[in-house]
Structure formats: structure tokens, C-alpha cells
Design a protein around this ligand. Structure first.
Ligand code: 6PG
Length: 257
């Protein structure tokens, strides 16, 4: 376990199955605690492939599924591709197939990004309004998610905050339509201030292909324009890097302790 300036923990576990089991237990524990005090538990999901096994563990394993307080869980997305919900690229579709299709999630608890909007800016504005209304925000206030799940790309991006993109500098909006040159398209992403307001941020990082970038993010120079994942530093919350042995392969012993 390592702690540095920001309340950061790095937990190295055996493999993706163990990442998924550990994250599932954390979510169940925190969501149940919120239910006990009558408050909804707000969870921002990540896209990509890494969270699939976590989703399936929560929704497909009876001994786990029955312990999840589904009525108390509200699902949001840290980012979304600018595609309709039925598109194979859609993060919502991935969650529908791996989580909602087999779990008793009340439909009003699913707050998806309206990414079918032809104009990505409009989609981002609509999702911002959804967040402002759900969290009942006054002007200038930020939403505080109970838990935000994030991944990292081999280029150091997280959510859809890609290197050298405009949204990295966003300080007012909750949600941005971020143009990503290499994909020649927009992505819709929660902004850094929103992600950093969370009570708990959990990075799920698995696989040898993430080892070099993980080392650069955690042990390298602070260059957030090139390594946007370095921007994630909760202002009043916990940051957990839940990584497997393969992804932790390049980390120094000091940081793994
Ligand atoms: C997305 C994600 C993105 C993802 C990383 C890692 O929409 O693609 O939100 O930030 O977490 O690209 O993706 P993998 O888990 O597939 O490696």
C-alpha cells in the first residue's frame, strides 16, 4: 500500500478476476452503507473492456447479485462515445449487455448520456443538465459522486480526456464534447473538476499492455497534458489504483509497498 500527496492507494492483485472481485465488494459495501442512511449511491461507470468482468460479477453471480442494493444504486457514465445506444461502440450498450440485462436495476436509476444526439455539444449540455437536476446543483456547484470508476488507455487518457485535447483545460462545465483528432470524432466526457469531486475514484488497470503507461503516470514526471490520468486527484476523496500483477510489472518496489 502506498500513500502520497493525494490520499492515493495502489493495490496490486493477482489478475482481472481479483480486480473485479475487489471492486465489486467495495461497491456493495459503500452502496449498502449509503442505503442504511437513506441516501442514493451514485456510481459513474467507465467504458472500455476492463470493467466488463466487474459488471458481470455484480449481475451474473447470485451470491454477489443478491447482496447489491440495486434500488439504491444510480448509474452514470464518466464518458461516452458519440454514438447511439445500440451501437457496438456504445459504453451504455456494453453496460446494458453486461450489467442491466441481468440485474434488477430500476430504469429511473440509469442515467445514460444522450449520445444519439447528432450534435455532441448538445449531448454534453443535456447530460450536464441531467447531472445538475439529479444532484440539485446551484450555479457554481459540482456534483459529488460516491464512486467513479476509471480506466487508462495506452496513451495515458482516462474517461475521454485524451492527451492534448481541449477538455483537459475545462474548469466550468461538468460535461464536455471533446474532439479527439486521432478518432476524428467527439467523445462526451465528464470534466476533471467533476471527477475530482468524487468521494472515491477507483482506477481499474489490467494487463501487460498497460505496464509502461502506468509507470509513467504513477512514477514519471507530472505532465498531465500528455498523461491526463495524472489530473485525477480527488480534492476531498480517496483514489485507489486497483491493478493486476501484469499491469504493475514495471512499477518500482517502493511504489508497490
Ligand atoms: C472509453 C473509456 C476509456 C477506457 C480506456 C481503457 O470509453 O473507452 O472510458 O477511458 O477506460 O480506454 O480501455 P480498456 O479497458 O478497453 O483498456
Amino acid at each position: 500500500m502506498t500513500r502520497n500527496r493525494v490520499l492515493t492507494e495502489i493495490q496490486v492483485v493477482k489478475d482481472l478476476a481479483e480486480i473485479s472481485r475487489t471492486a465489486a465488494e467495495m461497491i456493495i459495501h459503500q452502496a449498502t452503507a449509503m442505503e442504511t442512511c437513506g441516501a442514493p449511491f451514485t456510481l459513474a461507470l467507465s467504458g472500455g473492456s476492463t470493467p466488463r468482468m466487474l459488471h458481470e460479477r455484480l449481475s451474473h453471480e447470485p451470491a454477489v447479485t443478491r447482496r447489491v442494493p440495486w434500488n439504491n444504486l444510480h448509474f452514470f457514465w464518466g464518458d461516452e462515445r458519440h454514438v447511439p445506444p445500440e451501437d457496438p461502440q456504445s459504453n451504455f450498450r456494453m453496460a446494458r449487455e453486461t450489467l442491466f440485462a441481468s440485474a434488477p436495476v430500476p430504469a429511473p436509476n440509469i442515467h445514460r448520456v444522450p449520445a444519439e444526439e447528432p450534435d455532441a455539444v448538445v449531448a454534453a449540455e443535456k447530460y450536464e443538465r441531467e447531472l445538475r437536476s439529479f444532484f440539485n446543483l446551484k450555479p457554481g456547484q459540482w456534483p459529488r459522486f460516491d464512486c467513479v470508476l476509471l480506466g487508462i488507455g495506452a496513451d495515458g487518457h482516462t474517461a475521454s480526456l485524451f492527451p492534448a485535447t481541449k477538455a483537459l483545460k475545462e474548469t466550468r462545465r461538468l460535461v464536455a464534447a471533446n474532439w479527439v483528432e486521432k478518432f476524428q470524432c467527439h467523445r462526451i466526457t465528464m470534466t476533471v473538476p467533476v471527477l475530482n469531486q468524487a468521494a472515491q475514484v477507483i482506477f481499474l488497470v489490467s494487463g501487460r499492455q498497460k505496464a509502461e503507461i502506468l509507470k509513467a503516470i504513477l512514477e514519471g514526471d507530472y505532465r498531465p497534458d500528455l498523461l491526463p490520468a495524472q489530473l485525477i486527484r480527488p480534492v476531498d476523496g480517496k483514489l485507489l489504483w486497483l491493478v493486476d500483477e501484469a499491469a504493475a510489472g514495471c512499477l518500482s518496489d517502493a511504489i508497490r509497498q
